[in-house]
Design a binder for this molecule. Structure first.
Ligand SMILES: [Zn+2]
Ligand SMILES: [Zn+2]
Length: 479
């Protein structure tokens, strides 16, 4: 695979984006062919082990040049708005063909998996945010490829290069980009995170993606996971496939384990999984080692100091003096203001995290209030008064609070056309109207449309079930 590895990053201009070939009939036909099959069939095509059926002639050649991109994003656990890492694992279907045709997959598909390249992008703007899980080594525990520091904008540019790769070595496909299949574990989250958070990369915008594949769905397609309401977690999947998810929640490790799991699911009945010399764990460890030793950067710097912002050393080796943080200085933390630059101010990060937490708490409280069922509202306790009418269908032993007395000057209680049993309303029944369609006090709900006796205490009187309806059509005793 060839990437542009220019050291200076600029966002691609729209004119440099070859968008028209991606809308060409061959690309659209291939996308349609992928849409016809389940994740397992699509994935086996990508691995080169079983060609997709029904590819129209126009997309025949293009289908052989698919590139898989496996993705995972990580965020600061204290504030998940802050993207900290992007993991990428990628291979081309072309690179798998010689191995498959020569029946040289290796134990558990080891040779296939050695063709996958891994990258870990560490975002500079959030590089100072500390890991908060004491059981995790964070990025220090990365086992797939190597970490490189990039700004959000550089990350976006690298992703652009990954998703828009022109086909250069096939005459009939000149001008086309490689069709991309995106793989992930719960991939819709990563897709949304990339688009909506600071990296601001829209995977679909280039028009090269012909299919999404999710290991949670693959596990079902293979009948490896059958629980109908629960999706399999990555750690559980990895464990069930007999290898280990050590140093999890580091983007490239999650990508590595996702793609290895996907390969194992696709090969679960293949001869390469039988009579092996190596265990699955030994093979998985070899893939990790191979990916680090054969790493070739696609951009970013090896070193970065999140105290002074230098690309020549890491923070533990920082000797910089005379640093200045505007944020700390403005808050009177003069000593501390000299220890880091504003970009890497932890006080600012905590403030943002607190503000986000408060916003979410408020939103959660408002949501909970809106969803509160009527019966949890304070009950209207009516003073003693005349008995209400009870239809025979009322349960034995049921008692209720009698209707309140009429307000001074009132000759009769007003009644209002009502949808009946409105969740927030509590109609108070009174028994001087016989139950019948659309009328009545206490009685059996009649799917709304009733004339309810209004509770005189409600500012917007509504006929309603005294017991609180479970929906807007009235509960038990709708008016
Ligand atoms: Zn430094
Ligand atoms: Zn500061």
């Amino acid at each position: 695979m060839s990437f542009s590895t220019a050291s200076a990053y600029t966002l691609p201009s729209s004119s440099s984006t070859p968008s028209s070939p991606n809308k060409a009939p061959a690309m659209l036909a291939l996308k349609d062919a992928f849409a016809e099959v389940n994740d397992l069939t699509a994935w086996r095509h990508c691995l080169g082990v079983e060609r997709l059926n029904g590819i129209p002639a126009i997309a025949n050649e293009l289908a052989n040049h698919t590139i898989v991109v496996c993705l995972d994003c990580e965020h600061w656990s204290t504030n998940s708005d802050e993207t900290t890492e992007i993991g990428i694992g990628t291979f081309s279907t072309q690179s798998m063909f010689p191995l498959v045709q020569g029946d040289n997959l290796g134990d558990h598909g080891e040779n296939l998996m050695k063709r996958i390249k891994f990258y870990l992008l560490r975002t500079i703007e959030t590089s100072h945010l500390p890991k908060t899980n004491p059981n995790s080594r964070g990025v220090e525990g990365n086992r797939f490829g190597q970490g490189r520091f990039v700004t959000f904008s550089e990350a976006r540019n690298i992703l652009h290069n990954v998703f828009a790769q022109p086909i250069t070595d096939v005459n009939s496909l000149k001008g086309y980009n490689h069709p991309i299949v995106v793989l992930g574990h719960d991939i819709s989250h990563d897709k949304d995170n990339l688009k909506e958070k600071d990296v601001a990369f829209d995977i679909d915008a280039l028009g090269t993606v012909v299919r999404y594949i999710d290991t949670q769905v693959l596990a079902r397609d293979v009948k490896f996971w059958l629980k109908p309401k629960e999706k399999i977690g990555l750690a559980n999947l990895v464990k069930s496939l007999w290898f280990e998810h050590s140093d999890s929640h580091t983007a490239a490790n999650d990508v590595g384990r996702t793609v290895i799991s996907a390969v194992q699911l696709a090969l679960h009945r293949h001869t390469c999984k039988r009579n092996c010399n190596k265990t699955m764990l030994e093979v998985a460890t070899k893939i990790e080692d191979h990916s680090r030793l054969n790493f070739a950067s696609i951009g970013g710097s090896t070193l970065y100091c999140w105290k002074c912002g230098s690309h020549n050393h890491m923070h533990i080796n920082c000797r910089a003096t005379g640093l200045h943080c505007n944020e700390c200085w403005s808050k009177g933390r003069y000593q501390e203001a000299r220890t880091h630059i504003t970009l890497h101010c932890m006080h600012l990060a905590w403030e943002k995290a607190t503000a986000r937490r408060q916003r979410h708490d408020q939103a959660r409280a408002a949501y909970a209030l809106a969803r509160q069922p009527p019966r949890s509202l304070p009950r209207y306790a009516a003073p003693p008064g005349p008995q209400a009418y009870y239809p025979n269908s009322f349960p034995a032993g049921y008692t209720h609070n009698p209707a309140p007395p009429l307000a001074p000057g009132m000759l009769t209680r007003p009644h209002f056309p009502s949808p009946g049993g409105f969740p927030s309303g509590r109609g108070y029944g009174r028994g001087n109207v016989p139950p019948g369609p659309g009328a009545g006090g206490y009685g059996v709900a009649r799917n709304g449309g009733g004339v309810g006796y209004a509770n005189a205490q409600l500012s917007t009187p509504r006929g309603g079930g005294y017991m609180g309806g479970s929906d807007s059509r009235g509960g038990w005793g709708g008016g």
